[in-house]
Ligand binder design. Structure first.
Ligand code: SAH
Ligand code: F3S
Length: 466
């Protein structure tokens, strides 16, 4: 049977999609190639959020087509995911060696299309059509493809986004918001837990909008036989909190996380869920994008700086140790020095554990790309460096505070940089590296934090786990 290599760019949703495609292909008899060099099929799962993510995938494909295709003419090359969706046929016009362009609602067709291409029945396939029900098709798991089961897993709960932030291409590449049903998601989570998974991260572009649109008309939560009684009583909760409650009831599941919520839909019921549900880990990734009300409005974010800070205060009141991370865009069109200083001061006030900083990148078909006063690259660069310094300084301080503390971690596996050491995560989402043994994989254990690096903690389990 043919072998496949999938290279993934971009976010966790893309990682999850790649895993589902790999699982689908393995179920059809494909093997996973250790590298592109030996693969019969090479798929690039692409990201469009910033121009450099697209350029990386395009360059990679040019290299594959150039060096590699000449030597191995039968190799099948494909783009899938966000850039495939937004550029479609144009990708084949630009790179004629590409055989397959598979959009974001068509991942489940990968095996069928590859069969056609490998058998020579079709020469090129481009499928970027919308497909009703496609949100329910990302459900197969490979769990790292290893014999040992994975400890953590991602579960896709919805597709798309209707927020239309003026800088963002995602609503164009992922389509309208469509949510899977709670019983469907719970069934997938149960299956994962039965295979040894201890921690589940619920994924969506805007999970706080889960279930607000696009429920299948035949689905009524209150009448569904699998809806637990606790939920029937709690139907005034937002659909997303109802989902967390339902997942929380799964025996054997230890930890729940989710990403990404949106400040606009961050209700008090979600804040209260942290206090009420012990498996819901006290960490939150809450993208703020800017600290200036003027810029937030231009971005069409739907909240103010004060509202964002209020959510954070409430979260900290519910869980004082909560780990908070965010996304910030630097250099949005028209961002003044004063606007930027508002972002710096918000970062200081919010005291994030960490923040992902992005230099604004104009995206096709987005309103921000046509706004006046696009900033010069050197201005963006300089602001990015200033903000990074503040974020790193605050992060380092927050990490240092844990030295000497005893914290619970879930052991995930060997450390990426050093096979002899193990790594796990605290409930608040921080990585801890320690001298451990592979047999601890999947265990919750207490460690004492001995020292802190930049965004990594070093722990000693021996003190507390003998
Ligand atoms: N809702 C998704 C957002 C996906 S995009 C989520 O929260 O995961 C991820 C991040 O990329 C955004 O939060 C934003 O900070 C950044 N981003 C999106 N479009 C961008 C652009 N045009 N330029 C720079 N950064 C961008
Ligand atoms: Fe993009 Fe804004 Fe949605 S950042 S994914 S349009 S919430």
């Amino acid at each position: 049977m043919p072998s496949v290599f999938i290279k993934t760019y971009g976010c966790q949703m893309n990682e999850r999609d790649s895993e589902a495609v790999a699982a689908q292909l393995v179920a059809k008899g494909y093997t996973i190639a250790a590298s592109e060099k030996t693969a019969d099929v090479v798929l690039l799962n692409t990201c469009s959020v910033r121009d450099n993510a697209e350029q990386k995938a395009l360059m990679k494909m040019e290299n594959l087509a150039g060096n590699f295709r000449k030597r191995r003419p039968d190799v099948v090359l494909g783009f899938m995911g966000c850039m495939a969706q937004s550029r479609g046929q144009e990708l084949i016009d630009k790179l004629p060696d590409v055989d397959l362009v598979l959009g974001t609602q068509k991942f489940h067709r990968a095996a069928e299309y590859l069969d056609e291409l490998l058998a020579g029945r079709q020469k090129k396939i481009v499928d970027v059509a919308e497909e009703q029900g496609s949100e329910g098709t990302i459900k197969e798991h490979l769990l790292n493809g290893t014999a040992k089961s994975a400890v953590t897993a991602f579960v896709s709960i919805m597709q798309g986004c209707n927020q239309y932030c003026t800088f963002c291409i995602v609503p164009h590449t992922r389509g309208e918001e469509r949510s899977r049903t709670i019983p469907d998601i719970v069934a997938e989570c149960r299956e994962l837990v039965s295979r040894g998974v201890k921690e589940i991260t619920l994924l969506g572009q805007i999970v706080t909008s889960y279930g607000k649109r696009g429920w299948s008309p035949s689905f009524s939560l209150s009448e569904h036989p699998q809806t637990p009684d606790t939920l029937k009583r709690g139907l005034q909760l937002s659909p997303f909190v109802q989902l967390i409650e339902a997942v929380h009831e799964i025996d054997g599941l230890e930890r729940i996380r989710f990403t990404s919520p949106h400040p606009k839909g961050y209700g008090d019921d979600l804040v209260a869920a942290y206090a009420r549900l012990p498996k819901l880990c006290e960490s939150a990734h809450l993208p703020v994008q800017s600290g200036s009300d003027r810029v937030l409005k231009l971005m069409h974010r739907g909240y103010t700086r004060e509202r964002f800070l209020e959510i954070i205060r409430k979260l900290r009141a519910a869980k004082p140790d909560i780990g908070l991370t965010t996304d910030i865009i630097v250099g949005f069109p028209g961002e003044t020095e004063e606007d930027f200083e508002q972002t710096l001061s918000l970062a200081r006030e919010a005291e994030f554990d960490n923040a992902f900083l992005f230099k604004y990148s104009p995206r096709r078909d987005t309103p921000a790309a046509a706004m006046p006063d696009q900033l010069a690259e050197d201005v963006i660069e300089a602001r990015h460096a200033r903000l990074l310094e503040v974020i790193n300084e605050i992060g380092a301080r927050r990490y240092r505070k844990l030295v000497g503390e005893r914290v619970q971690i879930l052991v995930e596996g060997p450390s990426r940089n050093n096979d002899a050491r193990m790594t796990g995560r605290t409930r608040c989402g921080r990585i801890v590296v320690f001298d451990g043994n592979a047999r601890h994989r999947g265990e919750l254990m207490d460690v004492k934090i001995e020292r802190a690096g930049l965004f990594t903690l070093y722990g000693d389990p021996a003190v507390v786990n003998l």
